[in-house]
Design a protein. Sequence first.
Lengths: 432, 295
Amino acid sequence: MEQEQIAPVIREIKEALPDVEEQKLEDELERYMKYGILPQEAKKAIIRKFGGTGPSFAPLGEKTLGELKGGEMNIDLTVRCLSSRERVQNTQNGEKTMVSGLLADRTMIRRFVSWEGQFMEKGKDYVIRGASAKTFRGEVEINLGNYSKVEDAPGDALDDLDVSSLPRFGNLQELALKDIRPGMGNIQITAKVMNLEKRSIDTERGRKEIYDGMLGDETKRVRFTSWSDLDLNIGDVVTIKGAYVKDWRGIPQINFDDRAQIQKEDELDLNVMNTPRLHAEDLVNAGATDVEVKGTIIEIREGSGLIFRCPECNRALVAGSCALHGQQEGIPDLRTKVVLDDGTGALFAILNTEITESILGKEVSECVDEFCDEEERIVKLLNDRLLGRDFVMRGNVIRDDFGPTVLPAQVQMDEDEYLEEARAMLDVMEVL
Amino acid sequence: MARMREVARRIFAVEYNRSQHEDKGLEDNAPNYIITPLGQSVNRVYFIGVMMSKTNTGTDDSPQYRVEVRDPTGTFYLYAGQYQPQALASIGKLDPPTLVGVVGKVRTFVKEDGSFYASVKPEVVFPVDIPQRDRWILSTSKFTMERLRAMKDAMEEDQPTVENLLEKGHPRRASEAAVNGVGLYGNIDLEPYKECVKDALKLVIEGGGESVGLPVIDEEEKEGEAGKGPATDDLKKMILEIISDVSGEKGALYRDIIARCEKRGVDKIQLEETIQELLDEGQIYEPTIGIIKPI
């Protein structure tokens, strides 16, 4: 490689690594190039190797959270940590600890991710050096990497910071109820108050009156808690700006307090169905209370049919044994675990004793008598009656790491007439 | 977080089989998707059709089945082996022709030139009745129509975006599919897909195939194609040429022959019949299932 091609690259590396001897850099570059690595590629690797942040990463100095646009590198911040959570992830290089949470300064609240596990304690103030700002899912997020340093902030740096005066975390997102997800920080919704109940709870700061109820729009109904008296009444249609979303078994729950802006929409009447029907795709990422979903049962899962439950804890016994209480004389029960799939998403569903009895046309006791040692015959019967058939299930949909599960209170086979629909579709096809 | 269960897409065979792209994902064990010409990514499918044939390519003790299932638009090819015990057991008990429902995962076979064929690794196979088939046709038509409409609008734009399609009232799933489809396949002819959806709906409306639900396309295709296609002797000659063309040391893969024939306008039914005749005449032989060798 000619000297004139190397020289500019060395200069660039030198700029990023002013403390490293030039000769050392040249040797290093040569070593990379022996392996056929292009100088520009080697440059990045060398800068990283010597702990530099790269020529474009020249320090940008002290910034406020509010002025960040995303894409800034090597910035310094003075912030208060509002929350932080450690998470261990399995990566190709073994376990790695990541920390994420929320930071605030006088301008706003933003999320941070610390990839190298730099920990910050909730409520403490810090100076972060060498952070970067990235855009993730439309939000600017603070990233802490290898070269970021976290120091305790001087005692008075954020003395006058009043977090409760800041807008909620995140850009205000206007959403239909079906699109809200647990963990969202700053949402705007327009919905009808379907019911409302005043409740007293004990908090760290004494007794508090809160308001629980249900909000509904044309897409879904979601439970809510208002932590302040915001003069809501049943039947009101309201726009709420600055609510946040909590998680209860994977079901989103809207929360807000007097920091939210509430506007009554007297002109607006929403067509809120009592039990909305949703597509599975709308339930895959957020559970729901009392909804309908129609789909085809495409699999009967293991653990269906006649099972025996532990008399102590009600868990299903495996080979006569409970995971907690050992060998037990089990109590017989019926249940059916299925996959309900509507072509937009896959849901698990657990059909309870009563529903399973009605599918079989037999009660638990009859099944015990009839199928005592041939439990697989019950599974066969369930397969014959359910597989490939369409059902409307009504109930709650919870959600965990394995995905959403319908816990139906009612299951109805879809036996609606379909010929008219087919004719109508053919008409549409003719003009498509 | 565990990987969530993949949805079973409702796709007609015509759309499934014409897929020429796949997305294997970057991570280890990432799920494998095919992208259909209408842009739908598919990892799992659910379909109903007539089990036309099943061939045990394994042994009696450890069977492996090659199964053909016809829906109103074409044929799904299923391969079930020891890793699909549930499907294997069900297939063993079923006798063709019979109407079946199949839940399965996509399986792809990539040729040297990069083109590939999508078949199905069945997970669950079960007998169904005519109303079940009709309901499947209805919901599959609905999803296919959604994609056709979105594709139509997407193809009219220079740079189709999901946002634009959403604004035109398409559901998100169809908008995303259409943008994907146009990106990978460019502007395609939607007519064959439309015709297939219509045929399928007509089957529901007019009834027919009550005993086993034979696809309507059967007769229509045979009548229609007879005039268009090459005469039988020419067809034989052409297919023999194709076979020796795509033959390797061990013979020609059946799937390769199908692909080559498709390009030259010979459909699978014509091909199968001709191959059968050539086999009967002793011009070719089948050393193992799926491989054809000229004599």
